[in-house]
Ligand binder design. Structure first.
Ligand code: PSV
Ligand code: MN
Length: 388
């Protein structure tokens, strides 16, 4: 059986993967949102569900919020609720994609009134961060156009810069802004932040507290994502990950499910670039569980990241460096594949037990009775949903 060195155990013990509150609400596609028994009905219940994931894995000490989905009267009460359950509130996500006013843009809008409204929404998100103790404001913009000629691409970049400058100015010294890019959807011809280069250009113009967020589902098929990871780490501008996996578009499936090898390659570059357990890089999930049970779906996700991290830590970097400098193509590739092909599951199970955690967190959750409890208990009210 493969064993984990004390050094690798220490690295794995510090690993933290933030959970998205919205993973615990119902979701679906534009065709149908499916309800599931026991789904959380408010942010308090979402956080309780997230805390279950952390209880059996010790991998997810923080939960990201989405505003206004997770708006509550008093965020200090939500914060205490989280802390009582052993977790903390994390990244605050803004939302300018569900308001009628934003049909033609938000931070890029040509109408000053609408742009003002969108900027104010972000300032409100920072007010929330002050109360929750969150460090990061994550901005994803659903802005763009559907038809060539529809929009002045250049003017929109300039307005985006102006809007972001105002939002950035409101951040405290401890807070950061991360700008997420996505090459299409909901706009189909152009989006205003389509790629890492545009995000990099925009955040670089703001200052040190502005960084790029890389969502693994936001690239054209075939994109070499690990190259982007390498480059952003090299530039000191990788602020966070939104992990998920995809077969076709922005599928938001369980990370590591569609392409485990890609996740491995990404984590190899994360480690190579000093991004693992670095305070500068936040690891988050951005997923939806449309048809599978949500809490086990999140457990599976964080375990997938842990497993691939363990495999990436096994990479014999010295041997790899030697093979690379000798231009020994096949030896280098074999060393790389050896690490990827290693089954670390028994070693991880044994290590978990040695720390007083369940060897098999999925089984422990299913045996805990929590699922039965929420299904019986959460009757009535409106189940939380991805906006629908
Ligand atoms: C957009 O597709 C996105 O990746 C952004 O992060 C949003 O906040 C999130 O999905 C909503 O699920
Ligand atoms: Mn995302």
């Amino acid at each position: 059986m493969t064993t984990l060195s004390p050094e690798n155990r220490a690295t794995l013990e510090s690993q933290a993967i933030e959970l998205p509150s919205w993973a615990f609400g119902n979701s679906g596609t534009r065709f149908r949102v499916f309800p599931t028994p026991g789904t959380a009905r408010d942010p308090f219940e979402k956080i309780a569900d997230a805390a279950e994931v952390n209880r059996v894995t010790a991998l997810s000490p923080t939960v990201a919020l989405h505003i206004p989905w997770d708006k509550v009267d008093d965020f200090s009460v939500l914060r205490r609720h989280a802390e009582d359950l052993g977790v903390q509130l994390g990244t605050v996500n803004s939302n300018t994609f569900q308001d009628e006013d934003y049909k033609f843009g938000a931070l890029t809008h040509e109408d000053d009134r609408i742009r003002r409204k969108a900027i104010d929404h972000h300032l409100e998100c920072i007010d929330v961060m002050d109360q929750t103790g969150s460090r990061d404001l994550k901005i994803w913009l659903a802005e763009g156009s559907n038809y060539p000629g529809q929009a002045d691409l250049r003017a929109r970049q300039d307005r985006l810069h102006d809007s972001l400058t105002e939002i950035y100015a409101r951040l405290s010294d401890e807070q950061r802004l991360v700008l997420e890019y996505k090459f299409f959807e909901p706009a189909f011809y152009h989006t205003d932040v389509p790629d890492w280069g545009t995000s990099y250009v925009q955040v670089s113009a703001l200052g040190e507290k502005a960084l790029v967020c890389l969502d693994t589902g936001h690239h054209a098929p075939g994109t070499n994502i690990e190259f982007i990871v390498m480059q952003l780490l090299r530039l000191g501008k990788l602020g966070s990950f939104d992990f998920n996996s995809r077969f076709y578009a922005d599928d938001d499936l369980i990370v590591g499910a569609a392409d485990p090898f890609q996740l491995f390659r990404i984590l190899v570059e994360v480690i190579r670039g000093g991004g693992l357990n670095s305070p500068d890089v936040a690891f988050m999930l951005d997923q939806c569980h449309n048809i599978e049970a949500k809490i086990p779906g999140q457990i599976r996700s964080v375990l997938n990241v842990q497993e691939m991290t363990a495999r990436a830590l096994l990479l014999d970097r010295e041997a790899l460096a030697a093979a690379q400098s000798a231009n020994d193509v096949l030896a280098a590739n074999a060393i790389f594949m050896d690490a990827f092909q290693t089954d670390v599951r028994p070693a991880l199970a044994e290590w978990r037990e040695s720390r007083g955690l369940p060897a098999d967190p999925m089984a422990a959750y299913l045996a805990s009775g929590y699922q039965q409890h929420i299904e019986a208990d959460r009757v009535g009210g409106t189940q939380a949903s991805w906006g629908a």
